[in-house]
Design a protein. Structure first.
Length: 440
């Protein structure tokens, strides 16, 4: 997989950050933990629940990337029940798929729904009619389809996330997600184009292609298209899409078409997130990753040679089992060697059921200290990047009010209010903490 957290293919916020809530009071509301793919799927579920005529219902779309993520979900469910005693609660997502019994044992929960079933409209119709079993979880490894789930927009966002792939065929030793999402499967190119075209017609100016292991896109489809071939077709068939982003990329799975797009396509944003995890070869081997340290450095160098304004994000795990001080230093040095900017850092958290959980563990305090050092390196890298933008003229996508993002994903506060989704040229005049100040 490719990841933005302790696993592949997800774009995660920092561990410990709170969930996102979408929907209006009095109707279906979704509490989303974890990755961008979950954010997309939450919108699909909310649309299905609304179409099924469900009134107040709280849907918890959980994450299983760490035991801590699962604990946070259980805590949030208990709190929601105390604050909403009469509201029905449905729990779904990766944690519910992997550990349905844990959530079924909670008296606060009205239904536990598997990861494939949550995206089917009839699951919500049955629940609304009172005809659904309390626990409905399939064998995720038997799922072969990745149905397209066309959404008309994403509430409260200037950008939209589109699922192009789901599941993972790899078995990294720290990762439980393949058992929550199944084997890799891809959305046909034509359906991706239809979804993006619909979102552009709804006024979205930026789309993020997401998946569990997005660079594995295509081998299961007729003709076995690559990710780069799909993106090339998408941009050709939706010429009105101004900005396209990619979620986590595996540095050794970049096809020739994608390299050409990085070099030649201005609508592909100069911001790539790398599923790195570590910068030491022995740790990478024990993680069962497919790239070496040299592969990661070469990937970043080639991308920046092709696109000099490119910036990189990366996932890094601190304190993986058996990691020595020297191994950790190699990961810390990789922040500079790869010239990384936006870091998602996670202290290693043992995930029951994974091989890494049975390896010799690094002391928890050491893991925490190493994570802090990586985050400090990331914060310094962000400050350098922001300082380099002063005096430049940049294109900003407005997200809300006066706040938007540059092509490299830096946050900007503008000098006037503009409608969400507006693309505007701004001159960077200064800094306010970790935010650029722009005049437009």
């Amino acid at each position: 997989m490719s990841v933005d957290h302790t696993e592949e293919g997800h774009d995660h916020r920092q561990e410990g950050s709170g969930p996102e809530i979408s929907g209006e009071a009095g109707g279906p509301q979704v509490v989303t933990f974890g990755c961008r793919l979950n954010a997309y799927e939450s919108e699909v579920m909310r649309d299905h629940a609304r179409a099924a005529g469900l009134g107040p219902v709280l849907i918890f779309n959980t994450c299983a990337v760490t035991s801590e993520a699962e604990r946070q979900a259980r805590q949030a469910i208990r709190k929601a029940r105390r604050e909403n005693p009469a509201t029905r609660i449905v729990v779904t997502g990766c944690a519910a798929q992997v550990n349905p019994g844990t959530f079924a044992a909670m008296p606060e929960v009205d239904q536990v729904l598997g990861n494939d079933l949550k995206l089917k409209a009839d699951s919500w119709t049955s629940f609304g009619a009172g005809q659904a079993e309390r626990v409905i979880v399939n064998d995720i490894m038997s799922v072969r389809e990745t149905a397209s789930h066309l959404i008309q927009g994403m509430e409260g966002r200037a950008r939209a996330f589109i699922q192009v792939q789901n599941g993972c065929d790899h078995r990294c030793t720290f990762c439980i997600i393949p058992y929550g999402r199944g084997n890799s499967r891809s959305v046909p190119m034509g359906e991706v184009v239809t979804q993006v075209r619909t979102l552009v017609e709804q006024g979205y100016r930026e789309v993020v292609l997401t998946g569990v292991d997005v660079t594995s896109y295509g081998p299961d489809l007729p003709g076995a298209p690559t990710l780069g071939q799909m993106i090339r077709r998408l941009l050709a068939l939706v010429p009105d899409l101004p900005r396209l982003r990619l979620s986590s990329l595996d540095p050794v799975e970049i096809d020739d078409d994608l390299w050409r797009l990085i070099a030649e396509e201005p609508r592909l944003m100069p911001h790539l997130h790398v599923s790195l995890q570590a910068g030491d070869d022995m740790v990478l081997k024990r993680m069962k990753r497919r790239h070496s340290r040299a592969d990661a450095v070469a990937f970043c160098q080639r991308a920046r040679d092709l696109r000099p304004d490119m910036v990189f994000g990366a996932d890094l795990i601190a304190g993986f089992p058996t990691e020595t001080d020297e191994m950790f230093q190699n990961t810390l040095d990789a922040v500079a060697d790869c010239d990384l900017t936006w870091l998602h850092v996670f202290p290693y958290s043992p995930r029951p059921g994974t091989p890494a959980a049975r390896m010799p563990q690094v002391d928890k305090a050491v893991r925490k200290e190493r994570a802090a050092r990586l985050r400090a390196a990331g914060e310094a890298a962000v400050r350098r990047h922001l300082a380099s933008q002063q005096g430049r003229t940049v294109m900003v996508l407005v997200e809300k009010g006066r706040v938007g993002r540059t092509e490299q994903f830096a946050e900007v506060r503008l000098d006037r209010d503009l409608a969400p989704g507006t693309l505007v040229e701004a001159r960077i005049t200064g800094l306010d903490g970790d935010m650029l100040m722009g005049c437009c």
